[in-house]
Design a protein around this ligand. Structure first.
Ligand SMILES: Nc1ncnc2c1ncn2[C@@H]1O[C@H](COP(=O)(O)OP(=O)(O)O)[C@@H](O)[C@H]1O
Ligand SMILES: [Mg+2]
Length: 250
């Protein structure tokens, strides 16, 4: 006689991927924006989501963060279904988010912006009164600007501040929405190097939405989105010129 076991509600957090999205569908009103999207982010890996403007990349990240709720589908973080969790709870579980357009708080100083990032620690860590040295090792430019207003920084500096603020919350998964958009090439390389260093030194996972090909190539895996559906995926080493032409605005 054979017995069939029901699927476990909670996967083993030790072996589960960092993030697993399955069969996700999202609608804005009657518009079907995300179509059966499935995506896996292994622990300690960087995964890049590519696709042209308007295909649904930001909508996907907002569903992962809980800013938007899918109609169907499941979002698991370290094996736990988080669909019903609001954004602040997902942040405290360890999902750090740098939204498109970065959103630093203009009327707070750089130091205050950074310290606020610790709210995401929740019970996972103890908030510090000062910014740890590692943050300046990642983003040296911030050290000389601690007392400046966030809004007075250049676009590239604000982006570095936004990423640094997310790191202050010691995320397990860092979600970045077009961090190099509108930023000059030299700073793009600084941001790229900082993200790689974060992965190397902390072992966290990264989900990156990006148009800049050099940065895309730093990821371990890619997913390509078209009209709200995933149409190609694989290791970034297998990114062909055809795929790049089709899915990146190069
Ligand atoms: N608040 C909204 N209400 C209705 N439609 C929206 C809203 N925000 C975005 N959209 C639409 O959803 C689609 C996906 O948008 P988005 O996720 O921002 O794309 P991407 O980040 O890939 O450029 C687009 O067609 C866009 O016009
Ligand atoms: Mg977008």
């Amino acid at each position: 006689m054979t017995t069939t076991l029901p699927a476990p509600a909670l996967q083993d957090p030790m072996t589960a991927p960092m993030l697993e999205v399955s069969g996700l569908n999202f609608y804005y009103g009657e518009s079907h924006i995300l179509r059966d999207v499935s995506m896996t982010i292994p622990k300690g890996q960087m995964v890049c989501l590519i696709g042209r403007n308007g295909v649904g990349k930001t909508t996907m990240l907002k569903n992962i963060m809980g800013v938007l709720r899918p109609r169907t589908g499941e979002i698991r973080f370290e094996g736990q279904v988080v669909n019903s969790f609001p954004p602040d709870r997902r942040a405290r579980l360890g999902i750090g988010y740098v939204p498109q357009g970065r959103e630093v708080i203009p009327r707070l100083t750089v130091r205050e912006n950074l310290l606020i990032g610790q709210e995401a620690l929740g019970s996972r860590g103890k908030a510090q009164k000062e910014v740890p040295e590692e943050i300046y090792e990642l983003f040296p430019v911030l050290k000389d600007m601690l007392d400046r207003m966030g809004g007075d920084l250049s676009g590239g500096q604000q982006q570095q501040l936004a990423i640094a603020r997310a790191i202050m919350g010691q995320p397990k998964l860092l979600v970045l929405d077009e961090p190099t958009e509108g930023i000059q090439p030299s700073i793009i390389l600084d941001i790229e190097a900082a993200v790689k260093k974060i992965i190397r030194t902390t072992g966290i996972s990264v989900l990156l939405v990006e148009q800049h090909l050099h940065f895309v190539r730093q990821a371990d895996y890619y997913y390509a989105m078209q009209r709200g559906g995933i149409v190609a995926n694989g290791p970034t080493s297998e990114l062909t010129n055809d795929i790049i032409q089709e899915f990146l605005a190069v």
